[in-house]
Design a protein around this ligand. Structure first.
Ligand SMILES: Cc1ncc(COP(=O)(O)O)c(C=O)c1O
Length: 1005
């Protein structure tokens, strides 16, 4: 066929823009790939054009500014030759590119392969009903899903308030003193609680007891975690825990589920007293909806209460992401893992929220940490909080009662059919039913249910489980009853003949008497109008990618395209239970397999597990896999982990959690790894060396030449190499962790592969491994995953946060291999161009021998402390006045900023950021030269919220104008983002730790 050539206007655009010589002169932009389509039928909605910021002319312009005449010569000076891979490795030949339309058609087709059975499986997962106002305006709203973790509170008051709402909701429903702002999932939350109990005993008591009716996936994750800490995990009947004197003496804590996996609601108040007498903690995994009717664990003395908040309006999504909750008593609050939001005040004395307890996350304590949690589930926690606000206490109680009474109706119906309900004496929403009277085995019952399009829980050969939820209506109940009646071959009872339930079906002493959610916020936004306005009011306080670039080094805040987000909320993907039978989830399986295969092609490894639901969880999974590998070779004693001093705090924290001993390795003044030190330490620990953990390109923002040599040193000493893939954005298509010499790596899909950060999560941290490690990839107790010698589970769900895997799958498929490589090239170019523009104003800390940085750059601001008393924070806060989210501050070096523009930002946006930085440098100069006082100036007083700028002349009291404060650049007149509070007083908030919403009385005063 003769291809029809199409001539587009790109040549005209090239001529126009090639003439430009000054910044910002480009008024007409082309597309990232100016190549004309080859024929009439080629798609025009190619994603690379939309994902990559700079067009061809801008790319050429940036290259010329750096003194290169081609991208290839630039790359040759930037990435060491010895680790480059052939361009065909990641190309359209290996990963074909789909247009946006093709991707959606493909996603629809695969979605249809997920059969729409209604699941009554329960086990911690329900069919949530997402209020549409929350679905569209939070879950699908980039103003909510694109912001970063709220480390810059002055431009994050909206989601901070929302997370405080979440904390308040948890504290109120559980009746505990302090709640954090979410953890990864219920099982990992339980693992965190177990370790807290161990730490609380000063690591002296090593036994942790788990009731056998705790969710099986939680028990599996506890097994993994217990091993690393040397905790003796005992699973049994909670009633027996105190019977053995030996066990009692060594008991750190006990975990029970309330209501338990079989639906029983047990009164644990006496039990709690007795466990406390034995000096151990009582940890309770529970259900938020049930707690609207049940006495909360805090009232009967629980020390830690945890669970999954997903049934509060977050889709099941084949397992996640969901926000786990974690609440503790007052005495444990300073040991709690995860992020905690607290109240404080700004410099004007106004109330303001920020991350409380300046430790923020434990991993900052590196090898002294006992938790590595960093990214958590902020977006999903926000959704759950919004759900509670939308329904309020009355609405929630109404939902709980409906679910409970429908469960009672079902119980009466199945009993009439002659089935035995094992937990007839006490239940909330779950029945465990012995079907042996009518069915040869439980499979007969499952088959009858399947005929009705229903999934029940597989308990054992005679027993099934049924869990009801908010989504269940009359038709669903009738289908359920019909399934039992078919299995029993008995006439179906008529609903009208069943007595209407009135009483709560659990012990009367467990009925909740106390009020909950009485704070004003949960009692006024119940109309859709009010809810919508509240959602938008909060969003308006937060700076996200919808406003400006977020140049956070090591966090890769790139475009999260709408086209990759769209399939996520289709019911074909949202409504699937994680333990749905294998044959019902062919669409999900195919997508996961394709994603795993593509990630293997990109990393050069052989196998992948998508189970870990954050980067840090990936690190822990990878290290645990390595330990299992050593053990399988009779070398389980290998327990030394070498880690460069520049590593992210999660690296040493994860190593400790995997039972490894951390030995730090030095770096040179030029930022490169000290190979001599590495060699000396590897040899010193040769007999016990387990692993070397390295981030590449390094957290100092350079591709080091010595990476392959470093890996060889380790392998020669019997160790393995863990490559932290947080910086994979600099590698894709140019090099890969396998070529560098690694054995395992984790990837942050919420960085390199465009899952949005969600204001602090969700994330996904899959691990890719070399062939020899594939057998050890994580298993799951309910769904087959992992290799033949698999470690126990890392996460609650078999494929972790499965639904958001769709985003990375779509991102990779739409870019194709060529677009992925192009993205890396531009990410490197943007960073180097930025380094070039800032040179002369700021000192670039590290570069390679050719003067090049990788995909990010580290600038050192130490000189300004000496000359003007200015700290990194002062520069960061001043950037907020310019409408930018500051770069990563004080990490990996305390006096530095780590800046990463990503490939998604256009030249214009990069120039705008550089102009802002240069202008701030001028403002600093005024302080250095004494034109502005050191203690009262534009930087020290930043940020300047509107309320401050319009303050009276008396209050203003500053040696600069309001205009200089708020509009230092002309473009701010058009595009101004106002921080909503002035600088926040962290120390005040930490001294006066308050982590819930204001009460009516406080608001009144
Ligand atoms: C280099 C590096 N490694 C690991 C992590 C941990 O990833 P996550 O926050 O997803 O747990 C980060 C997070 O910022 C990082 O920058």
């Amino acid at each position: 066929m003769v291809a029809l050539r199409i001539v587009i206007a790109s040549s005209r655009l090239s001529r126009q823009s090639a003439a430009r010589s000054i910044y910002h002169s480009l008024s007409v932009r082309g597309l990232a790939t100016a190549k004309s389509p080859a024929n009439l039928f080629e798609s025009l909605d190619t994603f690379t054009d939309r994902h990559v910021g700079p067009d061809d002319n801008e790319t050429e312009f940036m290259l010329s500014k750096l003194g290169f005449d081609s991208m290839e010569s630039f790359l040759a000076a930037t990435v060491p030759q010895n680790i480059r891979i052939a361009s065909s490795t990641v190309s359209n030949a290996s990963i074909p590119a789909l247009s946006e339309t093709e991707l959606h058609a493909n996603a629809k087709r695969l979605g249809r392969k997920n059969e729409q059975f209604k699941s009554f499986i329960g086990m911690g997962y329900h069919n949530a009903v997402v209020p549409p106002v929350i679905l569209r305006n939070v879950f699908e709203n980039p103003a909510w899903y694109t912001p970063y973790t709220p480390y810059q509170p002055e431009i994050a008051q909206g989601r901070l308030e929302s997370l405080v709402n979440f904390q308040t909701m948890i504290m109120s429903l559980t009746s505990m003193h302090v709640s954090n702002a979410s953890l990864l999932d219920e099982a990992t939350a339980a693992a965190e609680a177990m370790v807290m109990a161990y730490v609380q005993s000063n690591q002296k008591k090593k036994t942790f007891f788990v009731d056998k009716a705790v969710l099986p996936q939680t028990i599996a994750v506890l097994k993994t975690r217990a091993k690393g800490f040397g905790i003796n995990l005992v699973v049994g009947d909670a009633g027996d825990v105190l019977k053995s004197d030996a066990l009692r003496a060594d008991l750190a804590g006990v975990l029970v589920q309330y209501p338990d996996v079989n639906g029983f609601v047990t009164d644990y108040s006496d039990f709690t007293k007795r466990v406390h007498e034995a000096g151990a903690l009582v940890i309770v995994a529970t259900d938020l909806l049930a707690l609207t009717l049940l006495q909360p664990p805090g009232e009967w003395g629980a020390d830690i209460v945890l669970g999954n908040s997903a049934r509060f309006g977050v889709p099941a999504g084949y397992g996640g992401p969901h926000g786990a909750f974690f609440a503790v008593t007052e005495k444990l609050k300073r040991k709690m893992p995860g992020r905690l939001i607290g109240r404080s005040k700004d410099t004007m004395g106004n109330p303001a929220y920020r991350l409380a307890l300046q430790t923020r996350e434990q991993h900052i304590r590196r090898e002294k940490a006992t938790s590595n949690i960093c990214t958590s589930q902020a977006l999903l926690a926000n959704m759950a909080a919004m759900y509670a606000i939308y329904h309020g206490p009355i609405g929630l109680e109404r939902i709980a009662k409906k679910v409970h009474f429908l469960t009672q109706t079902l119980k009466l119906a199945v009993e009439r059919l002659g089935f035995r309900v094992i937990n007839a004496s006490s239940y909330f929403d779950t029945l465990t039913i012995d079907v042996s009277k009518h069915c040869a085995n439980a499979e007969v019952m499952h088959a009858a249910a399947a005929l009705q399009g229903l999934n029940l829980r597989r308990v054992d050969k005679n027993t099934v489980g049924v869990t009801l939820d908010e989504s269940v209506g009359k038709e669903d109940l009738l289908s359920l009853i019909r399934a039992f009646h078919i299995a029993a071959s008995q006439p179906a009872p008529n609903l009208a003949d069943l007595p209407a339930p009135k009483e709560l079906a659990f012990p009367h002493q467990l009925v909740r008497e106390s009020e909950f959610l009485s704070h004003p916020v949960f009692n006024k936004h119940h109309s859709e109008t009010e809810m919508l306005r509240y959602i938008f009011h909060l969003a308006s306080k937060d700076l996200g990618l919808v406003h400006a670039m977020i140049p956070l080094g090591s966090c890769t805040m790139k475009l999260n395209s709408t086209s990759s987000m769209i399939p996520l909320t289709w019911p074909e993907f949202g409504g699937i239970h994680p333990f749905a039978p294998h044959e019902q989830v062919a669409g999900y399986r195919k997508i996961i397999k394709e994603l795993e295969d593509d990630l293997c092609k990109i990393t050069g490894f052989s196998a992948c597990s998508v189970q870990p639901n954050s980067g840090a969880a990936g690190e822990y999974a990878g290290l645990t896999v390595l330990r299992a590998y050593h053990e399988s070779r009779g070398e389980g004693h290998r327990d030394v982990c070498l880690i460069p001093l520049s590593a992210h705090g999660t690296n040493p924290a994860s190593a400790v959690m995997a039972g490894l001993k951390v030995v730090p390795v030095k770096t040179h003044a030029d930022g490169n790894l000290d190979l001599e030190d590495l060699k000396a330490k590897a040899e010193k620990h040769k007999d016990n060396l387990a692993v070397f953990m390295i981030t590449y390109p390094s957290t100092f923002g350079v591709f080091e030449d010595g990476i392959t040599e470093a890996c060889k040193i380790i392998h020669d000493c019997g160790g393995q190499v863990y490559l932290d893939g947080a910086n994979l954005n600099a590698q894709v298509g140019l090099t890969n962790p396998a070529v560098c010499g690694g054995d395992v790596c984790h990837l942050n899909l919420h960085k390199t592969f465009a899952i949005p950060h969600g204001g602090g999560g969700p994330g996904v941290g899959p691990i890719c491994v070399a062939e020899h490690l594939a057998p050890f990839l994580p298993s799951h107790p309910l769904v087959k995953t992992g290799g033949d010698a698999a470690i126990d589970a890392i996460s609650a769900a078999p494929f972790g946060s499965a639904s958001i895997l769709l985003i990375s799958w779509a991102y990779i498929k739409m870019l194709g291999g060529n677009g992925l490589s192009e993205s890396t090239n531009i990410a490197l170019l943007n960073a180097n161009y930025m380094a070039h523009r800032l040179a002369g104003y700021y000192s670039l800390r590290f570069k390679n021998k050719n003067g090049r940085v990788a995909h990010e750059l580290l600038i050192d601001l130490a000189e300004f402390d000496k000359s003007a008393g200015l700290k990194v924070t002062d520069f960061a806060k001043r950037l907020q006045d310019y409408g930018f989210h500051p770069p990563t501050c004080s990490w990996p070096i305390s006096t530095c900023m780590l800046i990463e523009p990503t490939e998604s930002e256009t030249l214009e946006e990069i120039d705008r950021f550089c102009d802002a930085m240069i202008q701030i440098r001028k403002e600093a100069e005024d302080i250095i030269t004494g034109k502005q006082p050191k203690d009262n100036n534009l930087l020290k007083n930043a940020p300047h919220p509107l309320s401050l700028v319009v303050a009276s002349d008396k209050e203003w009291n500053r040696p600069y104008t309001r205009e200089e404060a708020a509009y230092p650049m002309p473009w701010l007149r058009e595009k101004k983002f106002w921080p909503t509070v002035s600088r926040i007083d962290d120390a005040y908030g930490d001294l006066n730790l308050i982590c819930d919403c204001p009460t009516v009385e406080e608001l009144a005063s």
